[in-house]
Ligand binder design. Structure first.
Ligand code: SF4
Ligand code: SF4
Length: 414
């Protein structure tokens, strides 16, 4: 697990300032981080939209200058931690962005709150999901059988299911531009926004994401794992809240999720995407009382399965949240053992973000980042591109060579 220098659970302005100044003051302004920060080229080399620029902006904030545009530079940070890998002073511009997002979310900088972030936080509190969806999220499990006991649960964290809706939402945001500022508060004030959101989804992505979840179910069953699923009662983990800086709201919400798991008798949580895995491992354990569950990633349970070998060149896009936030390396081992694996130029700890984390707020920049990464993956001449994250999958799904690892494994399991 990556060593986090400062927690982002600071609950008062003074604590945020203390953590920010300790982190930012170590910066020696060398610029190494700019060479690896994906947002710099995506925003046409505007320095404030890159790792070093973010540190310098945080220093401006600390010096009392609150009149600059802080929202775009910090909200556009991918939280990918590529900068931290190369910094000789061990500064993490991603953590600086997290702290600045918290200052913005807490209203410490006037008029810079993101309306969509506000809307999502309110909806999560009310409906336990960012879009207020319920039955749509369980459609993947229709006809599947689960154990009666909730001792071990497969926890989707809604991530795969939300991808189809997120895709449409970001297309809409791209076309309406700044109009979202007026629409977001309106949507969050509606009695039940799910009525609107449930109508907007990408059919192809929905089918593909649901089939990936079914593959995961099938692989776990074949491996002899006994598990249940909370179905319509499954809560969203609150990942977007913490990602957008709503730390205090996240703490409250995550405590509610934890209490629900306890009430249901949960002991073991099998996650199926890197973001949920990361948030449970690194945020719940830090900010929530009594989070004593055994959290695993589904691939950890498949070591007894046998797979036939695929004699094709395959490349693997390593998700930032697996290799840098949690140090989880199982997917690469699996792919390596059953295919002819050729890794792209940016791999391992130096992987390159897919752009997904900013797709909803900065869709054009997100697309530039994913195009760049897709090109790198294609340069390996691989016939198949694999990833192990639903966000990466959707962002890199630019032709039919792109697959989720669950699809590859389900095809090859014997
Ligand atoms: S690499 Fe580290 S020390 Fe150099 S500019 Fe970036 S944050 Fe500062
Ligand atoms: S976390 Fe990623 S996007 Fe953010 S400053 Fe670092 S390299 Fe850039």
């Amino acid at each position: 697990m990556i060593q986090r220098i400062y927690s982002t659970g600071e609950s008062s302005l003074n604590e945020v300032i203390r953590a920010l100044s300790s982190e930012a003051s170590n910066c020696i302004n060398c610029g190494f981080c700019e060479a690896v920060c994906p947002t710099i080229p995506a925003f046409d080399y505007k320095t404030s939209m890159g790792a070093r620029g973010r540190i310098n902006l945080a220093k401006e904030f600390l010096s009392g200058n609150h009149s600059l545009n802080f929202r775009d530079p910090f909200e556009s940070c991918l939280d990918c931690y590529a900068c931290f890998q190369v910094c000789p002073a061990h500064v993490n511009s991603g953590v600086v962005s997290e702290l600045m997002k918290q200052a913005i979310a807490e209203g410490q900088i006037e008029n810079q709150k993101h309306q969509v972030a506000e809307m999502i936080t309110k909806i999560v509190f009310k409906y336990k999901d960012p879009l207020g969806l319920k039955k749509e999220l369980t459609e993947w499990s229709k006809g599947l059988e689960f154990e009666n006991s909730y001792e071990t649960i497969l926890y989707t964290g809604h991530m795969h299911q939300l991808m189809a809706y997120n895709k449409k939402l970001s297309e809409m945001l791209k076309s309406i531009g700044e109009l979202y500022r007026f629409l977001a508060p309106l949507l969050s004030s509606l009695g039940n926004p799910s009525f609107i959101f449930s109508k907007f989804y990408d059919k192809k992505i929905k089918e593909r994401s649901e089939s990936q979840l079914k593959n995961i179910y099938f692989l776990l069953k074949k491996a002899g794992v006994k598990f249940s699923y909370l179905g319509v009662e499954e809560p969203y983990p609150g990942t977007l809240m913490i990602d957008m800086g709503y730390v205090n709201e996240f703490k409250q919400y995550a405590q509610w999720v934890t209490d629900l798991f306890h009430k249901k008798g949960v002991k073991n949580i099998i996650t199926v995407d890197p973001h949920t895995y990361d948030v449970l491992l690194n945020k719940y354990t830090k900010y929530v009382k009594g989070f004593d569950f055994n959290v695993t990633f589904y691939l950890d349970h498949l070591s007894t399965l046998k797979f036939s070998r695929l004699d094709k060149i395959v490349t693997y896009h390593e998700p930032c949240h697996l290799v840098r936030h949690t140090d989880h390396n199982v997917p690469k081992g699996f792919i390596e053992s059953i295919t002819n694996l050729i890794l792209p130029i940016h791999n391992g700890k130096n992987t390159y973000c897919c752009g997904g984390p900013i797709e909803a707020f900065y869709p054009k920049a997100s697309e530039k980042i994913s195009d760049k990464r897709f090109k790198e993956l294609k340069q390996t001449k691989a016939e198949i591109i694999i990833t192990s994250c639903p966000i990466c999958f959707v962002n890199l799904y630019k032709d039919e060579s792109v697959m989720d690892i669950s699809e590859l494994l389900a095809n090859l399991v014997t």
